[in-house]
Design a protein around this ligand. Structure first.
Ligand code: ADP
Ligand code: MG
Length: 388
């Protein structure tokens, strides 16, 4: 493949200006690129780090033209940007990962069908287009989990259903929130032993880099804590890496991908979902690796060589969710945290605190995972955050 390399000095576009867009912008600027951030929300944190900020709806025709003219390439911070916008931008500049990849990934039914077709194990699933179909399906047993096919994140747009009698209530929710064309995916609820995830980066020339497997703890569908490396047998980590690489290869994706998997008690691995972008569970790479997920995003976007992946230290990343952020932004807690050896604090600068909103994270680096876990756990007990 003959791909033009984009060298420092060029302007890179990112759709979405949340913390992921902000971390991309910070790293891209450190590497000598300029950054154009497009987010309709004027308060989005990445705007403050942008060389050029576009605060217009994604549907704005003039804004689309303007953005395409200013940037040499486009990426996005999450999968819920309009794929049709990416398709249009792609006529002018490279969009990585491509709109085709985005289309497959942003619909949970399409994504799971794609993965299954390519030989990857996924939870049993069933797509529905009408709320009434929920109670009628007999393919999956109970408990099951119902998710909106598109636009969900951090566990939003999900309902766990324990028995058929509970369907009626959820059906009402679906009917109330449905839009034209709404669909939902029903999945068997897996009694997994652990949740793990892994970053895979793929370049324009098809070469790949794989990060170590990490172990995640979610609370209410939202990531709480990540530990790296995962405490699993090497065979499990190898298998996860092989599955993740084959998913990205099958997608023919260029960019950073995070593959979330469920590890069952019997050692089986199933793919939960694939994100076509840097991921919250990969934030440790900013402080604990030679090359972070955001630097790889820049490298892949620009057709530059991918970076060597080396874990420099075991780490535990703890998310600060909602008003927990106040434990990191008010002394004496702030000072205590800043005195802690190996603790790296990241605050996203979001002005409004909302429940379940990701406000920041702390990476605890230590010579062993056990030590990093102990530091994270001590922080949580000091501030009465729930323990995983
Ligand atoms: P999101 O896009 O919100 O991250 P996910 O599909 O990853 O959506 O679901 C969020 C979390 O909900 C998962 O990390 C997991 O903890 C739980 N979950 C999702 N699907 C299942 C399932 N089929 N069985 C058991 N738990 C699940
Ligand atoms: Mg997820």
């Amino acid at each position: 493949m003959n791909v033009t390399v984009i060298d420092p000095g060029a302007t890179l576009g990112v759709l979405g200006g949340g913390q992921l867009g902000a971390m991309f912008a910070t790293v891209a600027r450190r590497m000598g690129y300029e950054v154009a951030v497009w987010d309709p929300d004027a308060e989005a944190p990445a705007h403050r780090l942008a060389d050029y900020s576009l605060i217009k709806p994604f549907s704005d025709v003039a804004a689309r033209k303007d953005f395409a003219q200013r940037v040499r390439a486009v990426t996005y911070e999450w999968e819920n940007v309009p794929s049709e916008l990416c398709e249009q931008l792609e006529l002018e500049v490279p969009v990585r990962p491509s709109s085709r990849v985005l289309r497959v990934i942003q619909d949970r039914i399409e994504q799971k069908t794609f993965l299954q077709t390519h030989g990857l194990a996924v939870p049993a699933f069933y797509g529905i287009s009408w709320p009434e179909e929920l109670g009628r399906q007999t393919v999956l047993g109970y408990p099951l989990i119902c998710k909106t096919a598109t636009a969900g994140y951090d566990g939003k747009g999900q309902w766990k259903i324990d028995r058929v009698e509970d369907c009626a209530v959820v059906q009402q929710d679906l009917a109330r929130t449905m839009r034209p064309g709404s669909r939902w995916i029903l999945e068997e609820y897996l009694p997994f032993e652990r949740e793990v995830s892994i970053l895979v980066v793929r370049s324009t020339d098809g070469s790949m880099r794989t990060y170590p497997l990490v172990e995640n703890i979610h609370e209410g569908g939202i990531l709480r804590q990540t530990m790296v490396p995962a405490d699993v047998p090497a065979t499990v980590a190898d298998q996860a890496a092989t599955m993740a690489r084959s998913a990205v290869q099958a997608l023919d994706g260029v960019g950073v991908f995070c593959v979330e998997l469920f590890l069952m008690g019997d050692g089986r691995l199933l793919v939960n979902e694939v994100a076509p972008r840097p991921h919250n569970s990969g934030h440790y790479s900013l402080d604990a690796c030679t090359v972070s997920q955001f630097e790889q995003q820049v490298r892949a976007l620009c057709g530059q060589p991918l970076g060597e992946v080396r874990l420099l230290s075991p780490a535990v990343m703890l998310n600060l969710i909602g008003d927990e952020v106040s434990f990191a932004t008010a002394s004496p807690a702030t000072q205590e945290l800043l005195r802690e050896p190996g603790a790296v604090v990241h605050l996203y600068g979001k002005r409004v605190i909302r429940p379940k909103r990701k406000m920041g994270h702390i990476t605890f680096l230590a010579s062993t995972c056990a030590e990093a876990l102990a530091k994270a756990s001590a922080f949580r007990s000091r501030h009465a955050l729930r323990q995983p």
